[in-house]
Every structure is written in structure tokens, then in C-alpha cells.
Design a protein around this ligand. Structure first.
Ligand code: CU
Length: 159
């Protein structure tokens, strides 16, 4: 009887361990897969957009580049405020990425998962990823976290 009981206990323990392992594994692998794919909307002729895409690929992202002539509509659709707009708009895991945001900050965003709309580097600061220009001194710039209906917050600064 005692042996029978310990067999049942062993079976239950094994089941519980299997469930725990599965639960711990699933969200992680789902997040990792999705984090690899970033969709970038850009105009067909944007050179610095392509350089930013190269920067993302170097950092391990899979990039789906979509050439569009109606970027204003894309920005409006994804609630990018006019004050933050730049040359390209990207989507990753439900977040909006506007402009030359460093891949490192996108990774941090996907790890921390703050309740924000997205990240933006407004304009096109010289020295930001994809905006390196020979002979020009890099400009200081901020990566801003934006949320619809709220004030922008500084997510990171580069200077
Ligand atoms: Cu640009």
C-alpha cells in the first residue's frame, strides 16, 4: 500500500513538473519569436531608412520592409503624434517605433514591456543608427517613450 501511494505521488510530481516546465517555456519562446520580426514602413527612396534597417538586422531582428507613399496615413493609423514624426514608422509586438531608434532600446522595450504606445527619435539626428554621416559630429538626442494622450517621457539619452 505504501509503495502504491509513493507511485501515485511520483506520478503526480512528474505531472506537476511537466506542467510547470511547459508553462515557463511557452510565453518565453512565443515572445522570442515575435520579437525577431519588425515591420518597417518607409518611402521607396529613403536611404537612411534602409541604413536603419541594416542596423536592425545586424542586431538580430528579422525586418519586413514595406515601401509606401502614404506614410502620413500610416503614422495617423498608429497614433504617432506630429511632434515626434520622422522618416519611417515600424511595428513590433504591438509597439510603434518612430524614427532612428537604436536596436538596443527596442530590445529593452520588448523585455520591460511598459504600458506605452511606442518609442520615437523625432527628426533625424546625425549620429543616430542609420544617420551616421562621414565628417559630421554626432548630435545629442533622446529616445522618447510616447503614449496616446500623455506627455512624452525620456526613455534613453544619447550624448
Ligand atoms: Cu531617416
Amino acid at each position: 500500500m505504501r509503495r502504491f501511494l509513493s507511485l501515485i505521488l511520483l506520478a503526480l510530481f512528474t505531472l506537476a513538473a511537466a506542467c510547470t516546465a511547459q508553462r515557463a517555456e511557452q510565453p518565453l519562446s512565443a515572445a522570442q519569436n515575435a520579437a525577431e520580426i519588425i515591420t518597417v514602413y518607409k518611402s521607396p527612396t529613403c536611404g537612411c531608412c534602409s541604413d536603419w534597417i541594416a542596423h536592425l538586422k545586424e542586431a538580430g531582428f528579422t525586418v519586413e520592409a514595406v515601401d509606401r507613399d502614404d506614410l502620413a496615413a500610416i503614422k495617423a493609423q498608429h497614433q504617432v503624434p506630429a511632434r515626434l514624426q520622422s522618416c519611417h514608422t515600424a511595428l513590433v509586438e504591438g509597439y510603434v517605433i518612430e524614427g532612428h531608434v537604436p536596436a538596443k532600446e527596442i530590445r529593452r522595450l520588448l523585455t520591460e514591456r511598459p504600458p506605452i504606445t511606442g518609442l520615437a527619435v523625432p527628426g533625424m539626428p546625425i549620429g543616430s543608427p542609420g544617420m551616421e554621416i562621414d565628417g559630421f559630429t554626432p548630435e545629442p538626442y533622446d529616445v522618447l517613450a510616447f503614449t496616446t494622450g500623455q506627455a512624452d517621457a525620456i526613455y534613453a539619452n544619447y550624448r
